[in-house]
Design a protein around this ligand. Structure first.
Ligand SMILES: Cc1cc2nc3c(=O)[nH]c(=O)nc-3n(C[C@H](O)[C@H](O)[C@H](O)COP(=O)(O)OP(=O)(O)OC[C@H]3O[C@@H](n4cnc5c(N)ncnc54)[C@H](O)[C@@H]3O)c2cc1C
Length: 299
């Protein structure tokens, strides 16, 4: 079957687009590898209507159900190649499945580099966070450990001083820090500890303390991780000639969310902007509206 739109990535942005396109009754396929940022966060607290937080898994399950009821099809697979054939596209998956499409939407997101993921996973979104714009509020006047690498982690610690003065920076990768960064820490009386983390003690996702390789135990009420070096999942879009920002995020038209390649759109964290759920949803919906216009021959 030829699809009106193949959406690559079934996270927040892809599912919001799928719901919108489903309501136009287009033939839509969502191909999803199933391990996005939504799968890591157990509590989004800055989303309208969910004051007590909602997990990425819940939003995704609800989104898939809503889209499926509108006739959207799903494939659990990973897209490895996309090619243009005339004015259409072919999308090749890891499994060997090939899907033809009139339009494409890349909603492939990013992959966080969190070297301590196995020890911190249970706390993510409950008491340990990644994004100060999303969750800086959660550390207000709380004792907070920032676990990270070199300057990236240091900058996170300094950013969080907007909300709390009680911060310890654990330089897990023991990367060198410039003298001027150290001076800023001294000025604010923030301790820097250069030692890998070996364990996090937690109860129901609530961090209690961090145990370090050097034998120290650091008490904590909240945590942030900041290692830098995240991967942007833009490599398949790039095969089609899509223009990327220098940081490998996809560049799109601000109004339509279409890339420089006609009939190829992008939405969500893979695009260059603030990496947030509501932004991903907004972009998914906006892209879908313009995909619809294009399918009608209006745009
Ligand atoms: C720990 C954590 C906490 C967070 N907390 C907050 C918060 O409190 N508030 C907030 O607003 N935001 C928060 N975020 C950010 C939020 O999760 C993202 O902004 C949101 O998930 C972006 O949605 P997306 O659809 O662009 O990407 P994702 O949700 O990552 O979905 C992308 C999907 O694309 C799939 N995919 C990728 N490549 C391919 C491929 N080649 N083929 C098929 N499928 C593919 C992936 O498997 C994934 O399912 C947090 C993120 C993390 C990691």
């Amino acid at each position: 079957m030829q699809y009106d739109c193949v959406i690559v990535g079934g996270g927040i942005a892809g599912l919001q687009a799928a719901v919108q396109l489903g309501r136009y009754r287009h033939r839509v396929l969502v191909i999803d590898a199933g391990h996005g940022r939504w799968s890591l966060c157990q509590g989004y607290h800055n989303v309208l209507g969910w004051p007590d937080g909602v997990s990425g898994q819940t939003l995704r399950d609800l989104g898939r159900m809503q889209a499926a009821e509108l006739g959207v099809a799903f494939a659990a697979d990973e897209v490895v190649e996309a090619t243009a054939v005339g004015d259409q596209f072919r999308v090749l998956c890891q499994s060997g499945s090939l899907y033809p499409a009139k339009t494409l939407l890349f909603a492939t997101g990013i992959v966080d580099r969190i070297p301590i993921l196995p020890v911190v996973r249970e706390c993510l979104g409950i008491s340990v966070y990644v994004c100060p714009d999303c969750d800086g509020y959660e550390v207000t006047e709380r004792r907070t450990v920032v676990i990270g690498a070199g300057k990236v982690g240091a900058n996170m610690a300094l950013t969080l001083t907007y909300w709390t003065d009680d911060i310890v920076y654990i330089n897990h990768e023991m990367t060198d820090l410039d003298a001027d960064v150290r001076a800023q820490f001294n000025q604010r009386s923030i301790e820097i500890i250069a030692s890998p983390v070996t364990r996090i003690d937690q109860t129901n996702g609530r961090i209690q303390s961090v145990v370090l390789q050097n034998g120290r135990m650091v008490r904590a009420e909240r945590g942030f991780v900041a290692f830098g070096g995240n991967t942007v999942n833009s490599q398949v879009a790039r095969q089609l000639g899509v223009t990327l920002h220098t940081n490998r995020h996809i560049l799109v038209h601000p109004r339509t969310k279409m890339t420089n390649v006609p009939n190829v759109w992008a939405a969500g964290d893979v695009v260059a902007h603030s990496e947030q759920v509501t932004v991903a949803m907004g972009e998914g919906a906006q892209a879908a509206i313009w995909i619809h216009k294009r399918l009608l021959g209006e745009a």
